[in-house]
Design a protein around this ligand. Sequence first.
Ligand SMILES: [Zn+2]
Length: 178
Amino acid sequence: MVSLEVQLKVNETERNQILERIDEGNGKRKISCEGCNQDHRIGDIEAIQTHWYVWPSGCTEGDYWNEGELQFICPETEIINRLLFSTSYDNLGRSIDNPELQFNDMYKRLFKGVEDTYTKETRGEWRNNYYVDSNRKMFGLTDYVPSKFGIRIGEIRLRGDTEFLKVVSRSVKGSESD
Ligand SMILES: [Zn+2]
């Protein structure tokens, strides 16, 4: 009779082995590149984790950095691919079943390397890349859940329309204070 402690250890070991195999498979997944129109394996490409600055607010909260979008560098052309998602937000501005966070959780550590940057400018030439967002099922990510107000960040980014941005940010602020 094997003790419960030993059984637990065996289960943990098996679990870790399975997780490793999942990571191995995920690292081989390919993303279509906007820089060279070819597919690159996640394990073969360098990523960039961007950050954005949050100013201090109120009298207690200090400033800090939030993680922004993940990008990858085309190994053929060095063109930056911004991995963008049309994430939906609920009426409190919180993300629901956020596929971008899911992707970062599952895949970020599997890139060849991840460089952290803290500048506003995207380095060099860049393209928007919605490949992962358009193939969420393939990457094991949640599918789009319509938000109450239908705000989709990807649309805002795509439009790049400042008037539209103002309207959206106003409606987000308005709903937060309700
Ligand atoms: Zn490429």
